[in-house]
Design a protein around this ligand. Structure first.
Ligand code: AMP
Length: 423
Protein backbone atom coordinates (compact mmCIF):
# COMPACT_ATOMS: atom_id res chain seq x y z
CA UNK A 1 0.00 0.00 0.00
CA UNK A 2 1.30 3.46 -0.83
CA UNK A 3 2.27 5.77 2.01
CA UNK A 4 -0.06 8.69 2.70
CA UNK A 5 0.54 12.02 4.45
CA UNK A 6 0.03 11.96 8.22
CA UNK A 7 -3.48 12.73 9.52
CA UNK A 8 -3.90 16.45 10.08
CA UNK A 9 -1.12 17.37 7.63
CA UNK A 10 -1.62 18.51 4.08
CA UNK A 11 0.37 18.88 0.88
CA UNK A 12 0.22 22.34 -0.62
CA UNK A 13 -0.28 21.10 -4.15
CA UNK A 14 1.49 22.77 -7.11
CA UNK A 15 -1.80 24.21 -8.41
CA UNK A 16 -2.60 25.58 -4.95
CA UNK A 17 0.67 27.45 -4.53
CA UNK A 18 -0.29 30.59 -6.55
CA UNK A 19 -2.84 31.40 -3.83
CA UNK A 20 -0.25 30.79 -1.10
CA UNK A 21 2.18 33.06 -2.95
CA UNK A 22 -0.53 35.71 -3.17
CA UNK A 23 -1.12 35.58 0.62
CA UNK A 24 2.62 35.58 1.36
CA UNK A 25 3.26 38.47 -1.06
CA UNK A 26 0.52 40.56 0.56
CA UNK A 27 2.04 39.84 4.01
CA UNK A 28 5.52 40.83 2.86
CA UNK A 29 4.20 44.03 1.23
CA UNK A 30 1.97 45.12 4.11
CA UNK A 31 4.53 44.41 6.85
CA UNK A 32 7.49 45.87 4.93
CA UNK A 33 5.47 49.01 4.16
CA UNK A 34 5.31 49.67 7.92
CA UNK A 35 9.04 48.86 8.24
CA UNK A 36 8.72 45.46 9.93
CA UNK A 37 11.64 43.04 9.50
CA UNK A 38 11.26 39.35 8.84
CA UNK A 39 12.41 36.86 11.48
CA UNK A 40 12.85 33.11 10.97
CA UNK A 41 13.28 30.92 14.01
CA UNK A 42 13.98 27.15 14.21
CA UNK A 43 11.09 24.76 13.89
CA UNK A 44 11.99 23.08 17.18
CA UNK A 45 12.99 24.50 20.53
CA UNK A 46 13.55 23.31 24.08
CA UNK A 47 10.23 22.12 25.53
CA UNK A 48 10.79 24.36 28.53
CA UNK A 49 10.49 27.49 26.35
CA UNK A 50 6.87 26.75 25.46
CA UNK A 51 5.99 25.40 28.92
CA UNK A 52 7.18 28.68 30.46
CA UNK A 53 6.09 30.96 27.65
CA UNK A 54 2.59 29.68 26.93
CA UNK A 55 1.63 28.40 30.39
CA UNK A 56 1.55 24.82 31.65
CA UNK A 57 -2.23 24.73 32.00
CA UNK A 58 -2.99 25.95 28.49
CA UNK A 59 -4.47 23.42 26.05
CA UNK A 60 -1.41 23.78 23.85
CA UNK A 61 1.13 22.83 26.51
CA UNK A 62 -0.97 20.31 28.42
CA UNK A 63 -2.31 18.35 25.43
CA UNK A 64 -1.21 19.48 22.00
CA UNK A 65 2.56 19.67 21.76
CA UNK A 66 4.70 17.34 19.67
CA UNK A 67 7.40 16.68 22.24
CA UNK A 68 10.23 14.19 22.00
CA UNK A 69 13.56 13.38 23.57
CA UNK A 70 16.56 13.60 21.25
CA UNK A 71 19.48 11.17 21.33
CA UNK A 72 21.23 13.35 23.92
CA UNK A 73 18.23 13.03 26.23
CA UNK A 74 17.08 16.63 25.78
CA UNK A 75 13.32 17.34 25.65
CA UNK A 76 12.43 19.19 22.47
CA UNK A 77 9.14 20.40 20.99
CA UNK A 78 8.02 21.27 17.47
CA UNK A 79 6.92 24.89 17.80
CA UNK A 80 3.19 25.16 18.50
CA UNK A 81 3.23 28.99 18.20
CA UNK A 82 5.68 31.73 17.28
CA UNK A 83 5.65 34.30 20.07
CA UNK A 84 7.75 32.33 22.59
CA UNK A 85 10.39 31.59 19.90
CA UNK A 86 10.54 35.22 18.77
CA UNK A 87 10.94 36.43 22.35
CA UNK A 88 13.59 33.77 22.99
CA UNK A 89 15.51 35.13 19.99
CA UNK A 90 14.98 38.74 21.19
CA UNK A 91 16.47 37.93 24.59
CA UNK A 92 19.26 35.66 23.32
CA UNK A 93 20.57 38.15 20.77
CA UNK A 94 20.13 41.29 22.93
CA UNK A 95 17.98 43.09 20.37
CA UNK A 96 17.34 45.82 22.95
CA UNK A 97 21.00 46.91 22.67
CA UNK A 98 20.46 47.81 19.02
CA UNK A 99 17.25 49.76 19.36
CA UNK A 100 14.50 50.30 21.95
CA UNK A 101 11.81 49.11 19.57
CA UNK A 102 11.67 46.08 17.28
CA UNK A 103 8.99 45.38 14.72
CA UNK A 104 9.14 41.79 13.45
CA UNK A 105 7.06 39.64 11.13
CA UNK A 106 7.06 35.96 10.27
CA UNK A 107 5.37 33.25 8.27
CA UNK A 108 5.88 29.51 8.63
CA UNK A 109 4.63 26.13 9.87
CA UNK A 110 3.45 25.23 13.38
CA UNK A 111 2.51 21.92 14.96
CA UNK A 112 -0.32 21.10 17.36
CA UNK A 113 -1.77 17.67 18.07
CA UNK A 114 -5.42 18.73 17.81
CA UNK A 115 -8.39 16.78 16.53
CA UNK A 116 -8.22 17.42 12.76
CA UNK A 117 -11.29 18.98 11.13
CA UNK A 118 -12.02 21.64 8.52
CA UNK A 119 -9.77 24.59 9.35
CA UNK A 120 -7.96 22.73 12.10
CA UNK A 121 -4.79 20.86 11.20
CA UNK A 122 -1.86 19.33 13.02
CA UNK A 123 0.65 21.10 10.82
CA UNK A 124 -0.62 24.51 9.82
CA UNK A 125 0.89 27.88 8.93
CA UNK A 126 0.70 31.28 10.52
CA UNK A 127 1.79 34.75 9.55
CA UNK A 128 2.05 37.41 12.18
CA UNK A 129 3.93 40.23 13.82
CA UNK A 130 5.50 41.01 17.18
CA UNK A 131 6.09 44.65 18.13
CA UNK A 132 8.51 44.63 21.07
CA UNK A 133 9.42 47.64 23.22
CA UNK A 134 6.40 49.97 23.31
CA UNK A 135 3.85 50.11 26.08
CA UNK A 136 1.74 52.72 24.34
CA UNK A 137 -1.68 52.31 22.71
CA UNK A 138 -0.20 53.48 19.40
CA UNK A 139 1.60 50.13 19.25
CA UNK A 140 -1.58 48.11 19.90
CA UNK A 141 -3.44 50.13 17.27
CA UNK A 142 -0.67 49.69 14.68
CA UNK A 143 -0.66 45.91 15.17
CA UNK A 144 -4.46 45.69 14.85
CA UNK A 145 -4.42 48.00 11.82
CA UNK A 146 -1.84 45.86 10.01
CA UNK A 147 -3.84 42.69 10.68
CA UNK A 148 -6.92 44.34 9.15
CA UNK A 149 -4.90 45.58 6.20
CA UNK A 150 -3.90 42.03 5.28
CA UNK A 151 -7.55 40.93 4.96
CA UNK A 152 -8.42 44.06 3.02
CA UNK A 153 -5.49 43.67 0.65
CA UNK A 154 -6.00 39.97 -0.08
CA UNK A 155 -9.55 40.90 -1.02
CA UNK A 156 -11.53 39.08 1.70
CA UNK A 157 -14.95 40.71 2.16
CA UNK A 158 -16.72 39.05 5.10
CA UNK A 159 -14.66 39.45 8.25
CA UNK A 160 -15.07 41.29 11.52
CA UNK A 161 -12.76 42.63 14.20
CA UNK A 162 -13.46 42.00 17.90
CA UNK A 163 -11.45 43.77 20.58
CA UNK A 164 -11.29 43.78 24.36
CA UNK A 165 -9.05 44.66 27.26
CA UNK A 166 -8.31 42.15 29.99
CA UNK A 167 -6.34 44.64 32.11
CA UNK A 168 -3.14 44.06 34.04
CA UNK A 169 -2.30 40.84 35.84
CA UNK A 170 -3.22 42.12 39.31
CA UNK A 171 -6.68 43.32 38.31
CA UNK A 172 -7.24 40.15 36.33
CA UNK A 173 -6.54 37.98 39.37
CA UNK A 174 -9.18 39.97 41.27
CA UNK A 175 -11.57 39.60 38.35
CA UNK A 176 -10.96 35.85 38.18
CA UNK A 177 -11.95 35.58 41.85
CA UNK A 178 -15.10 37.59 41.24
CA UNK A 179 -15.91 35.50 38.18
CA UNK A 180 -15.52 32.26 40.14
CA UNK A 181 -17.78 33.56 42.92
CA UNK A 182 -20.44 34.69 40.43
CA UNK A 183 -20.45 31.44 38.47
CA UNK A 184 -20.09 28.96 41.34
CA UNK A 185 -23.87 28.76 42.04
CA UNK A 186 -24.33 27.69 38.39
CA UNK A 187 -21.41 25.23 38.26
CA UNK A 188 -23.56 22.15 37.61
CA UNK A 189 -25.24 23.76 34.60
CA UNK A 190 -21.96 24.14 32.67
CA UNK A 191 -20.73 21.48 30.22
CA UNK A 192 -18.13 18.92 31.42
CA UNK A 193 -15.27 20.75 29.63
CA UNK A 194 -16.17 24.05 31.32
CA UNK A 195 -16.50 22.33 34.69
CA UNK A 196 -12.97 20.98 34.27
CA UNK A 197 -11.67 24.42 33.33
CA UNK A 198 -13.36 26.03 36.32
CA UNK A 199 -10.41 25.56 38.67
CA UNK A 200 -7.60 25.35 36.12
CA UNK A 201 -8.24 28.48 34.03
CA UNK A 202 -11.73 29.87 34.48
CA UNK A 203 -11.21 32.51 31.78
CA UNK A 204 -11.24 29.70 29.24
CA UNK A 205 -14.99 29.27 29.89
CA UNK A 206 -15.45 32.20 27.51
CA UNK A 207 -13.95 30.11 24.68
CA UNK A 208 -16.65 27.41 25.00
CA UNK A 209 -18.72 27.01 21.83
CA UNK A 210 -21.66 25.50 23.75
CA UNK A 211 -24.67 27.84 23.48
CA UNK A 212 -26.04 27.10 26.95
CA UNK A 213 -22.63 27.81 28.55
CA UNK A 214 -22.48 31.11 26.65
CA UNK A 215 -25.98 31.98 27.90
CA UNK A 216 -24.90 31.28 31.51
CA UNK A 217 -21.93 33.60 31.01
CA UNK A 218 -24.13 36.32 29.47
CA UNK A 219 -26.51 36.09 32.42
CA UNK A 220 -24.09 35.72 35.32
CA UNK A 221 -20.49 36.64 34.47
CA UNK A 222 -19.31 40.12 35.40
CA UNK A 223 -17.78 42.03 32.47
CA UNK A 224 -14.00 42.28 32.63
CA UNK A 225 -14.19 45.77 31.09
CA UNK A 226 -16.12 46.94 34.20
CA UNK A 227 -13.19 45.93 36.37
CA UNK A 228 -10.24 47.62 34.72
CA UNK A 229 -7.94 50.11 36.47
CA UNK A 230 -8.19 53.76 35.31
CA UNK A 231 -4.82 53.38 33.49
CA UNK A 232 -5.93 50.24 31.65
CA UNK A 233 -9.21 51.91 30.78
CA UNK A 234 -7.43 54.97 29.39
CA UNK A 235 -5.13 52.70 27.37
CA UNK A 236 -8.06 50.81 25.89
CA UNK A 237 -9.97 54.00 25.07
CA UNK A 238 -6.95 55.36 23.23
CA UNK A 239 -6.56 52.12 21.22
CA UNK A 240 -10.23 52.43 20.20
CA UNK A 241 -9.78 56.09 19.28
CA UNK A 242 -6.80 55.31 17.04
CA UNK A 243 -8.88 52.69 15.24
CA UNK A 244 -11.79 55.13 14.97
CA UNK A 245 -9.71 57.83 13.30
CA UNK A 246 -8.73 55.33 10.62
CA UNK A 247 -12.32 54.29 10.05
CA UNK A 248 -11.66 50.72 11.22
CA UNK A 249 -14.88 49.18 12.49
CA UNK A 250 -14.84 46.80 15.45
CA UNK A 251 -17.02 45.22 18.11
CA UNK A 252 -16.00 45.49 21.75
CA UNK A 253 -16.42 41.96 23.02
CA UNK A 254 -15.91 41.63 26.80
CA UNK A 255 -15.89 37.85 26.47
CA UNK A 256 -12.77 37.87 24.34
CA UNK A 257 -10.10 36.75 26.81
CA UNK A 258 -8.06 34.43 24.52
CA UNK A 259 -6.74 31.00 25.42
CA UNK A 260 -3.11 31.81 26.13
CA UNK A 261 -2.01 32.86 29.59
CA UNK A 262 0.39 35.61 28.66
CA UNK A 263 -1.96 38.33 27.43
CA UNK A 264 -2.33 41.67 29.27
CA UNK A 265 -4.54 44.65 28.39
CA UNK A 266 -5.57 44.56 24.70
CA UNK A 267 -6.82 41.33 23.12
CA UNK A 268 -8.32 41.06 19.65
CA UNK A 269 -9.57 38.53 17.17
CA UNK A 270 -10.64 38.64 13.53
CA UNK A 271 -13.41 36.25 12.58
CA UNK A 272 -14.27 35.06 9.09
CA UNK A 273 -18.05 35.06 8.61
CA UNK A 274 -17.82 32.44 5.85
CA UNK A 275 -16.01 29.90 8.10
CA UNK A 276 -17.91 27.37 10.19
CA UNK A 277 -17.08 26.41 13.77
CA UNK A 278 -13.40 27.30 13.32
CA UNK A 279 -14.07 30.93 12.45
CA UNK A 280 -11.01 32.60 14.03
CA UNK A 281 -8.81 33.98 11.28
CA UNK A 282 -6.41 35.82 13.53
CA UNK A 283 -5.78 36.39 17.22
CA UNK A 284 -3.52 38.71 19.10
CA UNK A 285 -2.95 41.12 21.90
CA UNK A 286 -0.54 42.71 24.33
CA UNK A 287 1.80 40.61 26.43
CA UNK A 288 3.80 42.91 28.69
CA UNK A 289 5.14 40.22 31.03
CA UNK A 290 6.42 37.58 28.64
CA UNK A 291 9.94 38.94 27.98
CA UNK A 292 10.61 39.07 31.70
CA UNK A 293 9.04 35.66 32.31
CA UNK A 294 11.40 34.18 29.75
CA UNK A 295 14.45 35.68 31.46
CA UNK A 296 14.81 39.07 29.73
CA UNK A 297 14.41 42.61 31.06
CA UNK A 298 10.83 43.74 31.60
CA UNK A 299 9.73 44.82 28.10
CA UNK A 300 6.24 45.52 26.82
CA UNK A 301 5.12 43.85 23.59
CA UNK A 302 2.09 43.33 21.38
CA UNK A 303 1.46 41.10 18.37
CA UNK A 304 -0.86 38.84 16.43
CA UNK A 305 -0.82 35.49 14.67
CA UNK A 306 -3.11 34.46 11.83
CA UNK A 307 -3.79 31.14 10.18
CA UNK A 308 -2.88 30.86 6.49
CA UNK A 309 -5.06 27.77 5.82
CA UNK A 310 -8.11 29.46 7.38
CA UNK A 311 -7.57 32.55 5.25
CA UNK A 312 -7.32 30.36 2.16
CA UNK A 313 -10.53 28.52 3.13
CA UNK A 314 -12.23 31.89 3.56
CA UNK A 315 -10.98 33.12 0.17
CA UNK A 316 -12.22 29.92 -1.46
CA UNK A 317 -15.60 30.28 0.25
CA UNK A 318 -15.91 33.78 -1.19
CA UNK A 319 -14.88 32.44 -4.60
CA UNK A 320 -11.96 34.84 -4.84
CA UNK A 321 -9.34 32.14 -4.80
CA UNK A 322 -8.51 32.45 -8.48
CA UNK A 323 -5.06 33.95 -8.56
CA UNK A 324 -3.39 33.94 -11.98
CA UNK A 325 -0.79 31.19 -12.16
CA UNK A 326 2.58 31.69 -13.80
CA UNK A 327 2.53 30.92 -17.55
CA UNK A 328 5.29 30.69 -20.13
CA UNK A 329 6.19 33.78 -22.14
CA UNK A 330 7.50 31.44 -24.81
CA UNK A 331 7.10 27.74 -25.53
CA UNK A 332 9.94 26.41 -27.67
CA UNK A 333 8.91 23.25 -29.52
CA UNK A 334 11.90 21.37 -30.89
CA UNK A 335 11.72 18.80 -33.70
CA UNK A 336 14.68 16.63 -32.67
CA UNK A 337 17.49 16.29 -30.13
CA UNK A 338 19.92 18.39 -32.26
CA UNK A 339 17.38 21.24 -32.36
CA UNK A 340 16.93 20.98 -28.60
CA UNK A 341 20.70 21.22 -28.21
CA UNK A 342 20.71 24.23 -30.54
CA UNK A 343 18.19 26.28 -28.54
CA UNK A 344 19.67 25.67 -25.08
CA UNK A 345 21.95 28.74 -24.94
CA UNK A 346 19.17 31.06 -26.15
CA UNK A 347 16.86 29.50 -23.62
CA UNK A 348 19.23 30.27 -20.74
CA UNK A 349 19.84 33.84 -21.97
CA UNK A 350 16.10 34.53 -22.16
CA UNK A 351 15.53 33.03 -18.70
CA UNK A 352 18.31 35.26 -17.33
CA UNK A 353 16.47 38.22 -18.87
CA UNK A 354 13.44 37.29 -16.75
CA UNK A 355 11.28 35.49 -19.32
CA UNK A 356 9.48 32.26 -18.47
CA UNK A 357 10.59 29.75 -21.11
CA UNK A 358 9.12 26.28 -21.46
CA UNK A 359 10.62 23.50 -23.60
CA UNK A 360 9.52 19.97 -24.35
CA UNK A 361 11.29 17.20 -22.41
CA UNK A 362 9.14 14.30 -23.61
CA UNK A 363 10.21 14.30 -27.32
CA UNK A 364 6.56 14.83 -28.28
CA UNK A 365 5.10 15.32 -31.75
CA UNK A 366 4.52 18.90 -32.99
CA UNK A 367 0.78 18.43 -32.51
CA UNK A 368 1.23 17.28 -28.92
CA UNK A 369 3.63 20.16 -28.20
CA UNK A 370 1.09 22.68 -29.55
CA UNK A 371 -1.58 21.15 -27.33
CA UNK A 372 0.79 21.44 -24.37
CA UNK A 373 1.65 25.08 -25.16
CA UNK A 374 -2.07 25.94 -25.31
CA UNK A 375 -2.81 24.08 -22.08
CA UNK A 376 -0.05 26.01 -20.32
CA UNK A 377 -1.42 29.26 -21.82
CA UNK A 378 1.95 30.26 -23.29
CA UNK A 379 1.98 33.76 -24.75
CA UNK A 380 4.14 32.76 -27.75
CA UNK A 381 5.19 29.53 -29.36
CA UNK A 382 7.91 28.74 -31.87
CA UNK A 383 8.82 25.48 -33.59
CA UNK A 384 12.55 24.93 -34.09
CA UNK A 385 14.06 22.38 -36.47
CA UNK A 386 17.26 22.10 -38.52
CA UNK A 387 15.97 24.77 -40.95
CA UNK A 388 15.49 27.42 -38.27
CA UNK A 389 18.86 26.62 -36.75
CA UNK A 390 20.60 27.01 -40.07
CA UNK A 391 18.77 30.10 -41.35
CA UNK A 392 18.99 32.02 -38.07
CA UNK A 393 15.33 33.03 -38.35
CA UNK A 394 12.23 31.62 -36.73
CA UNK A 395 8.46 32.00 -36.79
CA UNK A 396 6.97 33.40 -33.60
CA UNK A 397 3.29 32.77 -33.07
CA UNK A 398 1.22 34.74 -30.58
CA UNK A 399 -1.13 32.11 -29.17
CA UNK A 400 -3.57 34.69 -27.91
CA UNK A 401 -4.08 36.54 -31.21
CA UNK A 402 -2.97 33.88 -33.67
CA UNK A 403 -0.61 36.39 -35.35
CA UNK A 404 2.73 35.14 -36.64
CA UNK A 405 5.95 36.99 -37.46
CA UNK A 406 9.33 36.06 -38.92
CA UNK A 407 12.17 37.24 -36.73
CA UNK A 408 15.90 36.68 -36.34
CA UNK A 409 17.09 34.64 -33.33
CA UNK A 410 18.76 37.66 -31.77
CA UNK A 411 15.48 39.62 -31.88
CA UNK A 412 13.65 37.12 -29.66
CA UNK A 413 14.19 39.01 -26.40
CA UNK A 414 12.94 42.24 -27.97
CA UNK A 415 9.89 40.52 -29.48
CA UNK A 416 8.91 38.88 -26.20
CA UNK A 417 9.79 42.01 -24.22
CA UNK A 418 6.70 43.81 -25.40
CA UNK A 419 4.48 41.53 -23.37
CA UNK A 420 6.76 40.32 -20.65
CA UNK A 421 5.05 38.70 -17.64
CA UNK A 422 6.19 39.28 -14.11
CA UNK A 423 7.23 36.10 -12.35
P1 AMP B 1 -3.59 30.96 18.17
O1 AMP B 1 -2.08 30.87 18.05
O2 AMP B 1 -4.19 29.73 18.79
O3 AMP B 1 -4.04 32.25 18.77
O4 AMP B 1 -4.15 30.94 16.68
C1 AMP B 1 -4.01 32.02 15.80
C2 AMP B 1 -4.65 31.64 14.48
O5 AMP B 1 -3.98 30.50 13.93
C3 AMP B 1 -6.09 31.19 14.59
O6 AMP B 1 -6.94 32.32 14.56
C4 AMP B 1 -6.26 30.32 13.37
O7 AMP B 1 -6.48 31.10 12.22
C5 AMP B 1 -4.90 29.66 13.25
N1 AMP B 1 -4.89 28.30 13.87
C6 AMP B 1 -4.73 27.99 15.17
N2 AMP B 1 -4.73 26.66 15.35
C7 AMP B 1 -4.88 26.10 14.12
C8 AMP B 1 -4.95 24.76 13.63
N3 AMP B 1 -4.84 23.72 14.43
N4 AMP B 1 -5.13 24.57 12.30
C9 AMP B 1 -5.23 25.63 11.45
N5 AMP B 1 -5.16 26.91 11.86
C10 AMP B 1 -4.99 27.16 13.17
Amino acid sequence: MSIKAIKGTKDILPWESPLWHHVETVCREVFSSAFYQEIRTPVFEKTELFARGIGEFSDIVSKEMYTFQDKGGEWLTLRPEYTASVIRSYIQHHYEQQSPLHKLWYVGPLFRQERPQAGRLRQFHQFGIELIGSEYPEADAEVITLACEIYQKVGLREWELHINSIGNTKDRLRYIQLLAESLKPHFDAFCPVCRKRFDINILRLFDCKNKSCQKLLDDHAPKITDHLSPEDNAHFEQVCKLLDVQGITYTINPKLVRGLDYYTRTTFEIKGKQLGAQDALCGGGRYDNLVEELGGKSTPAVGFAAGVERLILALEAEKIADVPASRPDLYIATLDVESYQGILKTCTTLRHQGFVIETDLLRRSVKAMMRDANKKQAQYVTVIGPEELESGTLTLKNLQTGETSQIAWNELGKALGKERHTL
